[in-house]
Design a protein. Structure first.
Length: 97
């Protein structure tokens, strides 16, 4: 069994990257919905008014409309980015050691 200080295998790096991407997408997606609404209809409306409008007109689901497509795209991109970052960092550190 690997100790706590050993490097993570590739599949674990991909899995942790995908999980972090999934959580980050889920947590920040309502902000993206509000931002897109403001870009489409740039009236002098505050973010809070947009959130209230979404909640009153569409309910809580309105803040998460389209999230399922981001669940496919986001975790894949984040997991690959994490893997490449960690791999390059290890190789650069090993070449300077």
């Amino acid at each position: 069994r690997r100790g706590c200080d050993g490097p993570l295998p590739t599949h674990e790096r991909l899995g942790m990257g995908a999980l972090s991407g999934l959580l980050a997408q889920s947590a920040t997606y309502p902000l993206d919905v509000v931002r897109r609404r403001m870009q489409v209809d740039p009236k002098n409306t505050s973010e809070l008014q947009i959130v209230r409008g979404i909640l009153s007109g569409e309910g809580l689901r309105g803040l998460y409309k389209g999230l399922s497509m981001n669940w496919i795209k986001g975790p894949l991109a984040v997991s690959v980015s994490f893997l490449v970052n960690d791999t390059l960092r290890e190789r650069i550190a090993a070449s300077h050691a």
